[in-house]
Design a binder for this molecule. Structure first.
Ligand SMILES: Cc1cc2nc3c(=O)[nH]c(=O)nc-3n(C[C@H](O)[C@H](O)[C@H](O)COP(=O)(O)O)c2cc1C
Length: 365
């Protein structure tokens, strides 16, 4: 199933080289203002062929909203958003020679040879169009509650941010360079390494930091209903995400309790964590401080260097030379994917906390 969410249900549709990709939303509260231009602006940030460090597949990705909107606001009915696939070259994909690191072999075995192999079919990164479209709409509801989200490139290959930018600087600088790293000097080194990797027939991985301000305390729940569990379900649904961390994440393993705990103090008379090493989530619940998470992306699987595989027809070892247009590093395009996908989980959790009616009363004032 390609569906997420308990109260806001998100269903992803389509195939990379089929007629269209899209998203169907159910449970979206009525009355959310729909700004199609703002949604398209987020889609532009995800679009391929936007710079030298992305895939050169030329898709314009125009948004069509077919249902669920009346007089500029959500109507409470299921809402469908789609875009057509236009720049498709399926001749370079073979179901019979699975790409190492890609979904081809697993898809072939799970679906008994019937999965659509063209551009990875329903597995492909192209399906994240729907996450961005839906998330950009969810943000229009979150805006009313003063909830702000920013994501940016924290790491690409050997280069990583060492000094965390302020939230406002991150918002201001994230789109100022092609790799979406708010430190421009670092961004130039990352860019060069991506282009060098591509030239050498290879690819790079990295990590996207996402930070959220303005969340109320108490979002999430016990154990498997924790904020981290619900958020991770979505983040691991983004193709090529191989690790998710909150706050200092893996680094916490190297620290002592006295180094890792966030001391609690009074800020304007209210108890609050004074530092943010745990990422704003403790006991599975938001505590009212900034939420910070990290999604780690593996290097793009489709590389031009010849690789070992098996010919599924003859069941014999084979060499694979991949053609086609691919992202030499997924991270620059994944930044808006993470930023908008996160909004879907936040809206779902907010609906859980406030209830549909409570949410609508706050939304409509
Ligand atoms: C925005 C985006 C773009 C992607 N572009 C490519 C690509 O050009 N080539 C490729 O091999 N994988 C690409 N991927 C990743 C694959 O879809 C993914 O690695 C594959 O489906 C296997 O899933 P897994 O890596 O989660 O195990 C992209 C992912 C995203 C999020």
């Amino acid at each position: 199933m390609s569906s997420f969410g308990d109260h806001l249900k998100v269903h992803l549709l389509g195939e990379s080289h089929g007629q269209l990709v899209g998203v169907l939303l159910e449970g979206l509260p009525a009355g959310v203002p729909v700004d199609a231009k703002a949604i398209q602006a987020q889609l532009e940030r995800r679009r391929p062929a936007q710079s030298a460090v992305t895939s050169q597949r030329r898709e314009r990705d125009p948004l069509t909203i077919s249902t669920g909107v009346h007089e500029g606001r959500t109507s409470g009915a299921p809402l469908l958003m789609t875009t057509t696939n236009t720049d498709v070259d399926s001749s370079v994909y073979s179901a019979l020679k699975p790409r190492p690191g890609h979904s081809d072999l697993g898809g072939h075995l799970k679906f008994f040879g019937h999965a659509d192999p063209r551009g990875a079919g329903h597995f492909g990164g192209r399906l994240t169009w729907g996450l961005v479209a839906a998330g950009a709409l969810a943000r229009q509801a979150l805006d009313v509650f003063g909830i702000r989200i920013v994501a940016y490139t924290e790491r690409i290959g050997a280069h990583h941010i060492t000094q965390e930018p302020s939230f406002d600087d991150a918002v201001r600088l994230v789109d100022s360079n092609e790799v979406r790293c708010p430190d421009d000097a670092l961004a130039q080194r990352m860019r060069k390494d991506i282009l060098d990797a591509r030239k050498g027939g290879d690819s790079l991985g990295g990590a996207v930091r996402c930070r959220i301000q303005g969340l109320p305390a108490g979002l999430g729940g016990y154990h498997a209903r924790s904020f981290e569990s619900r958020m991770s379900l979505m983040l691991f649904g983004i193709p090529a995400v191989k690790a998710v961390g909150f706050g200092l994440g893996h680094e916490l393993a190297t620290m002592t309790g006295s180094q890792a705990n966030d001391p609690i103090g009074l800020v304007q008379g209210a108890p609050q964590a004074l530092t943010n090493r745990q990422g704003g989530v403790v006991g599975g619940l938001t505590d009212g401080s900034e939420v910070s998470l990290l999604a780690t992306f593996k290097p793009t699987a489709s590389i031009l260097t010849p690789q070992d595989t098996v010919d599924l027809e003859s069941n014999a070892p084979a060499k694979l030379t991949i053609k086609g247009r691919h992202d030499p590093c997924i991270v620059p395009r994944a930044v808006p994917v993470v930023e908008n996908a996160v909004a879907l989980v936040l809206l779902d959790l907010l609906l859980e906390r406030l209830g549909e009616e409570g949410f609508q009363r706050r939304l409509l004032g």
